[in-house]
Ligand binder design. Structure first.
Ligand code: C5P
Length: 231
């Protein structure tokens, strides 16, 4: 079978998740008897379009992914985390050879949907870079250092950005080189493409695609997983 939109995955499972205040990094906390990271890992590992799969994690967690049933037949590769998330992405892409589309996903977002992943991949094929996001529901204010409002951007044009983010490998490398040369730091992957002045397409995703950061997020995820299990 010819795969129309093949892609590689950089699966980010490094970092300590300090804001959660737990000894175990947040992405390995157990939710319904399963480490959080395995929820989205299994979705991505089950897609036949995946041609390369790099997990970025500390060595003690390699076996968790290697031993997962859904990883059977996949040639998993392992990269080690850097100090920041962006360093981890950079370390991960060193394992990719072909100029493929790269799907970067935070393991701390367990509730991804394969159809949304595929829509992001297809958009990146046309545009070079795409990120999943949702429309902002709250009013957002820009404040100065003294917390005095400077601006209230028009909510209709604001999107909250999630992962997966899918980028052509050559563009991503160019973005990293630009950020390095200009000593710039970014907090998500498609920002590297924006730095180059190139387009980034946003794909509308789901509000359930929460990133676990705090205990409250974990409680929401637990409930959402329960609901998904019932459906
Ligand atoms: O800490 P934060 O919520 O921004 O992390 C987002 C994702 O990036 C998480 O899935 C985490 O495992 C990953 N990460 C990483 N390496 C780091 C920091 C975070 O792989 N140094």
């Amino acid at each position: 079978m010819k795969i129309e939109f093949p892609f590689s995955v950089i699966f980010l499972a490094g970092g300590t998740g300090a804001r959660m205040g737990s000894v175990i990094p947040k992405q390995y906390l157990s939710v319904h008897q399963k480490p959080l990271a395995l929820y989205s890992f299994e979705v991505l590992a089950s897609l036949p379009e995946v041609q390369g799969f790099v997990v970025v994690c500390e060595p003690q967690y390699d076996s968790l992914f290697l031993g997962n049933q859904k990883a059977r037949g996949l040639q998993l590769q392992f990269a080690r985390p850097g100090l920041s998330r962006q360093d981890s992405v950079f370390n991960g892409i060193q394992y990719l050879e072909k100029n493929s589309l790269v799907c970067i996903h935070d393991s701390a977002r367990p509730l991804i949907d394969s159809s949304i992943v595929r829509r992001a991949v297809q958009a990146a094929k046309s545009w070079g870079a795409a990120a999943v996001g949702v429309k902002v529901r709250s009013t957002i204010k820009v404040c100065d250092g003294a917390q005095v409002v400077i601006d209230t951007p028009n909510r209709a044009s604001l999107w909250e950005i999630q992962t997966p983010q899918v980028i052509r490998l050559d563009l991503l490398k160019e973005g990293f080189a630009y950020a390095r040369d200009h000593q710039l730091k970014v907090t998500d992957d498609v920002s590297l493409i924006e730095l180059l002045g190139k387009p980034v397409k946003i794909i509308e995703g789901s509000y359930a695609n929460i990133k676990v950061t705090t205990v409250e997020d974990l409680m929401c995820i637990e409930k959402l997983i329960e609901k998904h299990a019932v459906l």
